[in-house]
Design a protein around this ligand. Structure first.
Ligand code: AMP
Ligand code: MN
Ligand code: MN
Ligand code: MN
Length: 273
């Protein structure tokens, strides 16, 4: 089976490698099919037109933020037509939502007594596309928490004071944007939403109803049991199966191209690519 990684991040969102450095690392790790799926932006692709990909197949992608029943849900879009006007409009509205959200997060954290410097957060985010990890990094440098994980546990994670999701569009709208851009909508890391399995099944059903086509069956740090559970869910709902490391930086979570083996009997999303 080919070595495939369809979920990764660069400095254009909250990753630590530039798009070019990410490609180099993917090639080094013998990835054959790669997608860069930065949060709410496709800017990485604009930086790669001159880069030699060698034998690597690069699939245009994105990870879009959405909300569903009060949960911040991520939808990966793969094999997008990057010049589709609807996609460009969607990306710019997501960017506006992100900066509005950053202001709300700042206000909430300040109210909680944490002296956030909004300009510093923007600087940490390379001047655009602010995400919660940039707040977490700032909180660590302020000495508010000892590391980013604690910042998420106490202030930024699911349901915490800095978890602002009302700015995001509804999940079905995001699925539709991807379809309009000719892409395949993939429900990202389904086990990361701290929801019951009953609620997850309801999410998958509504995702399919909205036009969703694939489930991220293998994701970065999942156990074999988790992979097998998602493979069963995927087959039951007759969805395509995707896999991605959700790589952000070399020293954190999973490396690019490093994932558990793919479960048998799932139809892969990349079959005809
Ligand atoms: P946002 O895009 O602003 O909603 O932030 C979500 C991102 O935060 C995820 O894509 C992860 O990269 C990051 N994240 C989530 N949980 C943690 C954690 N415990 N420690 C560090 N980063 C995290
Ligand atoms: Mn991220
Ligand atoms: Mn995600
Ligand atoms: Mn991701």
């Amino acid at each position: 089976m080919k070595k495939v990684d369809l979920h990764s991040h660069t400095t254009q969102s909250d990753g630590s490698l530039t798009p070019e450095e990410l490609i180099e690392r993917a090639v080094l790790n013998q990835v054959e099919i790669l997608s860069i799926t930065d949060h709410d932006t496709v800017a990485a692709y604009g930086e790669l037109s001159e880069v030699d990909l060698g034998g690597l197949t690069l699939i245009p992608g994105i990870e879009l933020s959405s909300q569903w029943r009060g949960v911040n849900v991520h939808i990966v879009g793969l094999k997008l037509n990057l010049t589709e006007p609807g996609l460009m409009a969607a990306v710019s509205s997501q960017q506006a939502a992100r900066s509005e959200r950053a202001t709300l997060i700042t206000q909430r954290l300040i109210k909680a007594g944490i002296p956030i410097d909004a300009d510093r957060v923007l600087q940490i985010a390379n001047m655009s596309n602010i995400g919660r990890p940039h707040f977490a990094q700032h909180m660590v440098e302020l000495g508010v928490t000892k590391n980013m994980n604690t910042a998420f546990k106490k202030y930024l994670g699911n349901g915490k004071i800095g978890d602002v999701k009302q700015c995001w569009p509804d999940m079905p709208d995001v699925v539709e944007w991807i379809r309009v851009a000719g892409g395949v909508p993939v429900l990202a890391h389904p086990l990361k939403y701290t929801m019951t399995r009953t609620k997850l099944r309801a999410l998958v059903d509504e995702f399919v109803e909205a036009g969703g086509q694939a489930l991220e069956v293998v994701s970065g740090q999942q156990t074999t049991d988790e992979n097998n559970y998602l493979a069963r869910l995927c087959r039951e709902k007759t969805l395509l199966a995707s896999c991605g490391s959700d790589f952000h930086q070399p020293s954190q979570w999973s490396d690019i191209g490093k994932m558990a083996p793919f479960p048998k009997d799932c139809e892969t999303v990349w079959l005809n690519w």
